[in-house]
Design a protein around this ligand. Structure first.
Ligand SMILES: Nc1ncnc2c1ncn2[C@@H]1O[C@H](COP(=O)(O)OP(=O)(O)OP(=O)(O)O)[C@@H](O)[C@H]1O
Ligand SMILES: [Mg+2]
Length: 255
């Protein structure tokens, strides 16, 4: 692998499809394999920040200051299971604050320049919208991983995401590609989940990861303890699912 960090955005404008859960647990799985990993919280909800036991309300500086005031990203990184560039609710005002700035879509890309040699992977969690925060993430990224909850309605939203990616590719970042689509919150007992995955595979072929992330209460319990599932229940099937997914991503990177 090259020395420069590989940058992956986790995106889907639909809420609650496990973007944050997937960002954190893949990142921790990369770290377990000896990689240097930075997670970046680009969601004003600050769920990724909280899921590592950090209270967003106590932050003096956060991604808002990086994006709007261009302070060095190192100043908002905290070291937990992985390194984490933190966000708080003030990030909700960043889209408006950036809207009049020249180069507003490239603010995050620029912030990464000084740290590209410090990490092997940078994993970006995005909010459930396709606004300027998500555009910044897609512009800064090499790849996008799309968590999809396996139900028909959430899959329809994938078209909208693909249109946004086309726009980003044409205007801002010609190189961004979909690394893969992850079926999340899979309830393997239902026929419906099976059918949904089949439809996904008919439409996206081998871009659908082989790994499946099943529904389990572990994923709700771990963030409350400020931990990844890999730390909270290291030998459980939930942790293994994300290790398997990370392995698929690492194998793609070597190809
Ligand atoms: N495999 C799973 N099984 C059960 N619960 C899960 C699973 N993955 C995630 N969850 C839970 O589902 C909820 C939504 O997950 P998460 O916050 O990762 O989604 P999100 O896409 O980031 O949401 P948002 O769009 O609000 O940012 C959380 O409460 C999380 O703990
Ligand atoms: Mg989230």
């Amino acid at each position: 692998m090259s020395d420069r960090a590989k940058i992956i955005a986790f995106a889907n404008q639909k809420g609650g499809v496990a973007k944050t859960t997937t960002t954190l647990n893949i990142a921790v799985a990369f770290a377990e394999q000896g990689h240097r990993v930075l997670c970046v919280d680009m969601d004003p909800q600050g769920n990724l920040t909280m899921s590592q036991g950090i209270d967003p309300d106590t932050l003096e500086k956060s991604m808002y200051d990086v994006l709007v005031h261009h302070i060095p990203i190192k100043e908002v990184i905290k070291k937990r299971e992985i390194d984490l560039a933190c966000a708080s609710i003030d990030l909700a005002g960043a889209e408006i604050a950036m809207s009049t700035q020249i180069g507003r879509e490239r603010s995050l890309e620029k912030a990464f320049v000084p740290i590209l040699d410090d990490y092997d992977f940078i994993c970006i969690d995005t909010p459930p919208s396709l606004g300027l925060l998500t555009i910044n993430a897609l512009t800064a990224s090499d790849k996008v991983i799309v968590p999809v909850q396996c139900e028909y309605l959430s899959m329809r939203g994938l078209l909208q995401l693909q249109n946004t990616l086309l726009m980003v590719r044409e205007n801002l970042n010609p190189n961004i590609e979909i690394e893969g689509i992850v079926p999340t919150l899979v309830d393997s007992r239902t026929v419906h989940a099976k059918e949904a995955i089949e439809i996904l595979e008919e439409n996206f072929g081998d871009r659908v990861f082989a790994s499946r992330i099943r529904k389990t209460v572990r994923f709700a319990e771990a963030p409350v303890q400020g931990m990844s599932v890999l730390k909270y229940d290291p030998h459980g099937t939930a942790a293994d699912a994300y290790r398997q997914l990370a392995k698929e991503v690492l194998e793609n990177a070597e190809r």
